[in-house]
Design a protein around this ligand. Structure first.
Ligand SMILES: [Cu+2]
Length: 142
């Protein structure tokens, strides 16, 4: 009786052991790695503001098209800050040209995106922030 129980117990143990390895081989890949495709941003910055941290990523897509990704992570005591839409301005570096503000699409809590086509090739700077506090990122548009 004891031997049979022991055998059954050992059998279950082996089954669980083998099962862990099979699961390791077939489980889906970590979804964190697949955010927005495998492409890396052309330029990015991360800036600590008084209400939290802002991450800005610029993807230069070709033909003067770019994608802007913004993530704002508010401080624990800055309630509601993640709901505020950041101010965005694009301007050319070393050119007396009017800057412009693209419309933003909210894609999650504290997350915003804009797809836009820039009017000229050259060196651009994007300012992203709230009022007097902002992050700056420069990038080249071929
Ligand atoms: Cu220009």
């Amino acid at each position: 009786m004891i031997n049979k129980l022991l055998a059954a117990f050992l059998g279950l143990g082996v089954l669980a052991f083998v099962g862990v390895f099979i699961w390791g081989a077939v489980r889906p890949l970590d979804p964190v790695q697949s955010r927005g495709g495998a492409d890396a941003p052309t330029a990015s910055t991360s800036e600590a503001l008084s209400d939290g941290r802002i991450d800005v990523e610029i993807y230069v897509l070709g033909n003067r098209n770019i994608r802007l990704e913004i993530k704002f992570i508010p401080e624990a005591d800055a309630s509601g800050a993640a709901a505020l839409q950041p101010d965005v301005n694009f301007a050319m570096v070393d050119m007396h040209m009017d800057g412009f503000t693209p419309p933003l699409e909210r894609v999650g809590a504290g997350m915003w995106r804009a797809n836009l086509k820039l009017p000229m090739a050259g060196r651009w700077i994007a300012n992203v922030g709230f009022g007097e506090e902002f992050a700056e990122v420069e990038f080249d548009v071929p």
